[in-house]
Design a protein around this ligand. Sequence first.
Ligand SMILES: [Zn+2]
Length: 143
Amino acid sequence: MKVAKRFRWEGAHRLPWHEGRCRDLHGHSYEMFVEVEGEPDEQGMLIDFKHLKRALAPIVDAWDHATVVAENDTKLLGIMQESGWRHVVIPYDTTAENICVFFADHLVGEHLDLLKERRIHTVRVRVAETETCYAETERRVEG
Ligand SMILES: [Zn+2]
């Protein structure tokens, strides 16, 4: 059985090495589906949606109306720190693929007990920057 919860936020980013428009600071209405797969309990529930929300909403809230900055983008990081504008820093480039990785790692890294307790064996995170494209990553829940 699979269940998924959708999250949405508005955010800015850039890819400094990109040869097209993604090089410049721009924004997206991000949409993320967090899907978990496993065996439902005796009552027919895999996971309470509110527990998924509790696990991820604080991060989504911190990212909303913020600029996501790659740690090595020192130019943008400097501007953000100097201005005091709302931003979050991640340790890699701010592609949709890496944002999937960030949220998947957070869920499996920080909420492993919840996943195990609910007998969830696989987590998938899908992040869309636009209506027509998305990236997705998958994690096996070990143990
Ligand atoms: Zn973009």
